[in-house]
Ligand binder design. Structure first.
Ligand code: HEC
Length: 93
């Protein structure tokens, strides 16, 4: 049962980068519903200077405060998340 549920989640994640983003990154990058302070900055099309390569390197390698995702996400999933974030409106900081 547990296995089936996670397979379904994976299928959903592959189909919807927004879901993949919410699952992998949302804990730190999405506004939590109950007034808890977000841990990372909100992400949008202006993040990482608006540069896809800079963003890819950041996601792959992480930073002191953000985990590296190279062991958790496939390159195609990282591409999908970057493409998704470029559709989120926002301004550079
Ligand atoms: C454990 C919390 C955490 C998770 C999970 C996390 N991040 Fe982060 N992220 C951070 C923090 C904290 C920063 C800012 C710290 C820094 O710059 O070193 C950050 C910064 C970033 C930046 C740089 C933003 C900018 O414009 O400078 C990008 C891009 C980013 N995260 C993408 C992602 C993506 C995509 C995911 C999911 C695959 C993700 N993060 C998951 C904590 C997290």
């Amino acid at each position: 049962m547990k296995h089936r549920a996670s397979t379904l989640l994976l299928a959903l994640a592959a189909a919807a980068p927004a879901v993949l983003f919410a699952q992998s990154c949302g804990i730190c990058h999405l506004q939590p519903s109950m007034g808890v302070k977000t841990y990372g900055p909100p992400l949008n099309k202006a993040s990482a200077g608006g540069n896809d390569e800079v963003m890819r390197v950041f996601i792959v390698n992480g930073s002191e405060r953000m985990p590296a995702f190279k062991y958790y996400l496939k390159p195609s999933e990282i591409d999908a998340i970057i493409a998704y974030l470029r559709t989120v409106p926002g301004e550079s900081r």
